[in-house]
Design a protein around this ligand. Structure first.
Ligand SMILES: C[S@@+](CC[C@H](N)C(=O)[O-])C[C@H]1O[C@@H](n2cnc3c(N)ncnc32)[C@H](O)[C@@H]1O
Length: 293
């Protein structure tokens, strides 16, 4: 795995320490098949939120334009965002705010993927937030979409057509079904095997699914906000080239460490497709004195 700290065509992984705009301008126009990222949400104090949101989006629009210029025709961009919550429980769904930025650049939305997970803050005055979204846009209509590598097991693999020309034959696809647009994937908290000190890293399996579906081997994937290199890990593991930036030294160093472990085969990640953990009924943590099971 050839790791470079500045963009180079022959690199497998480019991990740039600094502002993403400086990296993006090093990458040739049309070079990438996929951009996947979760942007920073540094929107400031609640009473400033409206003005801050406006200037935040204006800055994001610059980065998105640079990303879209680097996308090949038929390429995809996946922008993963949650909600902004002001002090008074005023919820702003960021994907609504981002949608026009992509449309203005002529991109088309293919899916709004709901990422559902189990852990987070326990709200007191509203329902606890347990999902975020991924806006998947494409540049052009002739885009890469590989369904087979991301199929998931059928619920009823033994189901058959009961009449018609295919009567008696299995009705589902032998390799499994389309995973749909609601993905339940554990977020990286507490005991997750991938946990670092980063507060909001991608689970590698989430990016793997996007990489496998939306790129082919040898394609270039970009993550302008690479954090602890989760996108690089997912892309490199599947033979894709990748380029990303991180501005915070602590996260960058952690990312470098994780890439070194990937290279030696020692990096532990939660495998794609592993079922969600369900506690064994009757185990101590599933019982509480005085509460009926
Ligand atoms: C939401 S996190 C993304 C985490 C990443 N998906 C991961 O798995 O680690 C956003 C990251 O962008 C970094 N960041 C913020 N502004 C940046 C900039 N202008 N250029 C590059 N990175 C930036 C932050 O330090 C943070 O690690």
């Amino acid at each position: 795995m050839r790791l470079r700290r500045r963009y180079a065509d022959d690199a497998d992984v480019v991990y740039y320490f600094g502002d993403c705009r400086k990296l993006l301008t090093q990458i040739p126009a049309g070079a990438a098949r996929l951009v996947v990222s979760s942007p920073p949400y540094n929107i400031g104090k609640p009473y400033e939120a409206k003005k801050k949101l406006f200037s935040y989006l204006r800055e994001q629009a610059q980065v998105i334009r640079l990303c879209v210029d680097r996308l090949a025709d038929g390429g995809s961009i996946c922008w993963q965002v949650g909600n902004l919550v002001n002090g008074s429980n005023d919820v702003i769904p960021l994907d609504l705010a981002f949608y026009p930025l992509f449309r203005r650049l002529g991109l088309k939305l293919r899916n709004r993927i709901v990422w559902h997970f189990g852990h987070g803050l326990h709200a007191k005055q509203r329902l606890s937030g347990r999902h975020e979204t991924i806006l998947w846009f494409t540049k052009g209509d002739d885009y890469v979409f590989n369904l087979d590598p991301i199929r998931v097991p059928q619920k009823y693999p033994g189901k058959r057509h009961y009449k018609g020309p295919n009567g008696g034959q299995y009705s589902g696809h032998p390799q499994g079904k389309n995973p749909g647009d609601v993905w339940t994937i554990p977020n990286v908290k507490h005991n997750h095997v991938e946990k670092t000190s980063h507060p909001c890293q991608f689970p590698v399996e989430l990016v793997e699914r996007l990489v496998l579906a939306l790129t082919n081997e040898g394609d270039l994937v970009i993550d302008p906000y690479m954090g602890v290199a989760s996108t690089a890990i997912a892309a490199a593991r599947h033979g894709r080239r990748v380029a990303g930036a991180e501005v915070c030294r602590e996260y960058y160093d952690l990312g470098i460490e994780r890439l070194a472990l990937l290279r030696t085969g020692e990096l532990r990640t939660r495998p794609m497709g592993r079922p969600i953990y369900e506690p064994t009924p009757g185990s101590p943590l599933t019982r509480r004195e005085g509460v009926r099971p």
